[in-house]
Design a protein. Structure first.
Lengths: 368, 130
């Protein structure tokens, strides 16, 4: 499919990275620069928590690695060439790279400083240079009040369209009232809350990476990442977050989609019998989901418009909830044209741009 | 559970129990032939419903009457003493009284039958279910 032939595209999950970890240091305050710069001959400390798994062929598309020692997806020029230009992307939401794992840092004060620095890096090195790009506010939710302050600091910049949670710092789902200050800050500033999957695989996290037992391979960790998304979705609904903040929207990023109809059915069924325990949940979980939750497409385990797994998604009206995402530059990233071809034709406009434009309040100039 | 009549649909009222039986029980399971009924008593008002829960067939006549619980937020849990529900003893589904409407599913409503109180007895007419 030729670029532009399908109409506009909004990509809701583009990972961008620091060329080198040390490139974040100038964005830290003087005091925290001193913290990471150990005197010679000691190495500087890492600004990100360690990632324990190995992908046998690397975590990124091979052609996205610059080859000069800098990280994949750290070059705006390459991102333009490989993603934005050939796919006709009108808006692309940056979601950070290793920055999504900040809640795995042991020191909560340092984590909050890294989040602030990362957001300034994103603004200066990416958003200021490319108007098609939008930002996700990186958060260190070990300190929810500081996260809320960071949301309020950046919300006046309309290029930031969501605040992103990922790694779980306390072992409770993100709908727990411990995170209420983050919910409120997003509701009051009109930003969506996004939850990126895979956050609990880093060292130092307070939540189990997988329900039932820790993964020991990247395969398990990556395949089972949807489990955490179930927990967070159920947590938001159970704690009545959307009853408290009726205009709040939640985005589930990179958590898969085919599990959603079955899980909504389970939640609806148990809600009917256990409503007395959570009487503040006045609508069925599936109603709440349809009104408040959006889900990014990649990884999309739908192979064609005739795939039987699509039928339950059609039945719940999922075309209103689905947002296109590429997950560039990761090894399992998706292509716009191929994703569109795997969906019903009637869904494509909503999924490729209209749902995201409404969610984020983005203007999309339609091509003639 | 007491059983009276043969359960065939008819238009005449069938004597199913003493009023005192359902008044003291709150919820009473009776049957007309093979047809189970759940009788409820709330503040002098007696209702008769089909006794099988529309969810999974639980015996509603062995359920209980409860007040409606609500909340505007998790910290503001309330009990509405003026509104009652019949609760299924199996899966906890709640049906508002007196109309039998499922609290959590607008598409589900209990089948109800006309009740007549006469000389301290409860009479139910199967032929006029609602």
């Amino acid at each position: 499919m030729a670029a532009g032939a399908r109409g506009p595209v909004i990509d809701c999950d583009i990972h961008h990275e620091l060329p080198h970890e040390q490139d974040l240091v100038p964005y830290l305050s003087t005091g925290w620069q001193e913290y990471v710069r150990h005197p010679e001959p000691h190495p500087w400390i890492s600004v990100f928590p360690p990632f324990p798994f190995v992908n046998p062929h690397g975590f990124d598309r091979e052609d996205s690695i610059p080859g000069d020692g800098t990280a994949s997806a750290s070059s705006l020029e390459m991102m333009r060439e490989q993603l934005l230009d050939p796919n006709g992307i009108e808006h692309g939401v940056l979601t950070n790279g290793f920055g999504i794992y900040l809640a795995g840092l042991a020191n909560p004060y340092f984590a909050a400083e890294v989040a602030r620095a990362l957001n300034d890096f994103t603004r200066e090195r990416w958003l200021d240079r490319e108007p098609r790009l939008k930002g996700s506010i990186a958060l260190a939710p070990q300190t929810p009040e500081e996260s809320a302050a960071e949301i309020r600091r950046l919300a006046p910049d309309a290029r930031f369209v969501e605040a992103m949670l990922c790694t779980n710092p306390v072992g409770h789902g993100f709908g727990h009232p411990l995170f209420d200050s983050i919910h409120r800050a997003c509701a009051e500033t009109g930003l969506a809350i996004a939850i990126h999957s895979l956050g609990d695989t880093v060292s130092g996290t307070a939540a189990a990476a997988l329900a039932g037992g820790r993964p020991v391979t990247y395969y398990e960790s990556h395949t089972g990442a949807l489990q955490g998304m179930m927990t967070h979705l159920m947590s938001f609904i159970t704690h009545g977050v959307f009853e408290r903040y009726p205009d709040l929207r939640l985005v589930l990023t990179e958590g898969g989609i085919t599990w959603i109809p079955a899980f909504l059915r389970r939640m609806d069924t148990n809600w009917k019998g256990l409503r007395r325990e959570i009487p503040w949940v006045k609508r069925s979980p599936s109603e709440v989901f349809h009104a408040h939750v959006r889900v990014t497409s990649q990884p999309m385990d739908i192979e064609s418009p005739g795939d039987p797994l699509l039928e339950p998604l059609v039945a719940i009206g999922f075309e209103d909830n689905l947002l296109f995402s590429s997950d560039y530059p990761h090894w399992d990233s998706d292509n716009v044209g191929i994703t569109a071809a795997r969906l019903p034709a009637a869904w494509r406009e909503k999924v490729l741009w209209r749902n995201a434009a409404e969610l984020y309040g983005l203007e999309v100039p339609l091509r003639a | 559970m007491s059983t009276v009549g043969d359960g065939r649909v008819r238009s005449d009222a069938i004597d199913v129990c003493a009023l005192e039986d359902v008044r003291s029980a709150g919820v009473l399971e009776v049957a007309i032939g093979r047809r189970p009924l759940a009788l409820t008593y709330v503040d002098g008002d007696v209702r008769a419903f089909h006794g099988g829960c529309p969810h999974r067939g639980g015996p509603l006549g062995r359920g209980r009457i409860a007040c409606v619980v609500g909340a505007d937020s998790p910290r503001l849990r309330t009990v509405d003493a003026d509104r009652r529900v019949l609760m299924c003893p199996w899966h906890g589904w709640e049906f508002s009284l007196p109309d039998g409407q499922a609290i959590a599913d607008p598409a589900v409503r209990l089948i109800s039958y006309p009740v007549e109180l006469r000389d301290g007895r409860v009479l139910v007419t199967l032929g006029h279910s609602r």
